[in-house]
Write a protein that binds this ligand. Sequence first.
Ligand SMILES: *Cc1c(COP(=O)(O)O)cnc(C)c1O
Ligand SMILES: [Zn+2]
Length: 394
Amino acid sequence: MIDKHGFMKCISCNSTFDIDQNLIVCPKCGGLLEIINEKEIDIKRLKGKGVWRYKDFIPGNYKKIVSLNEGNTPLIKSRKFENLYFKFEGLNPTGSFKDRGMTIAISSAATLGYKIVVAASTGNTAASASAYSARAGLKTILFLPKGKVAKGKLFQSILHGAHIVEINGNFDEALDKVKKLFNKNKDVYPVNSFNPWRLEGQKTIAFEIFEEIGNPDFVIVPTGNAGNIYAIWKGFKELEKSGLIEKIPKMIAVQSSGSSPIADYIIGKKKKIEFVENPETIATAIRIGKPVNYMKAIKAIEDSNGYAIKVDDKEIIEGQKELAREEGIGVEPASASTIAAYHKLLNNGYLNKYDKGVLILTGHALKDPNILFEEDSYSISSNDIEVFINKLKI
Ligand SMILES: *Cc1c(COP(=O)(O)O)cnc(C)c1O
Ligand SMILES: [Zn+2]
């Protein structure tokens, strides 16, 4: 049955295909596939909440829907900055935006009759895949970089019963294992973000922002494997095609300075992307040297007249504390890179305080509880409590 929603197109060789959930990569060249939704978005027809509210604009057939009520996350207005909003994706069912994509990917896997899901992960894809697979009654195999996954994320994957293969290497090497396995063994369904179906779920971030505050001027997205920035751009692009907005917000990628191939490409106006062999950053969710979706991300940044920026680990930790202590929002380090980026972009004049913008706060603080314990002394002496209270009053 041909799905009239649109078609699929290879970003490398431009081949086109009918909508087919069995297609993960281009059958001709192995390149990334884009899913072109041709259905106009009609806000009045929307029903329900979360990702599946937008099901009419998500191509594919979903006979089995595997959902944990993901999406519908709060858009929180900043206390400090007049025109700034926080999209708190840490409040998804497993604590990151990955759930938006996972509900679509696992629903596809379940509909197609797969029994085994496979993923490489810095942690959040693993946690999300494990939970959604469990929900669908499927098995999960995870390739994780040994010793590099934040405690909370590893705990979730174990809790949800995933089978874990620890790799002596980084995320990029773990992802290579998934790609090789997927090429050899057609019994496994990969849910990394080279799977374009996942990005169809993630594009709903844009729809939710639009429904709440209209069209922002810019969106800042922590960028690792670089699927999410493309997905959010794609959401806005579909709103534009449907005549609901006139201009796409500037898509701004933020990367950590130890792991910044896309930012280096954009800032350096390079001809070709240069991968980073040994990416290092405290923000493990964006500790990725070879972003699988770099072509899609660059397309999103360039098409939206956007930008990219680097922040270092110190700025990320300061940003994490700022969001937690001045806005009341607890996020993991990767997400905190966005507020660090916002400060930098205000300082260098790329943005001004009248621009309306959204920071995508991708994951919850509880994912990575070790970070602050390592550097903060947090205990005060109970003997001095009266003196202490007097000081606080000033
Ligand atoms: C996955 C993830 C990212 C990076 O998203 P990409 O789509 O890989 O660029 C950023 N922050 C958090 C918390 C994540 O889990
Ligand atoms: Zn191709």
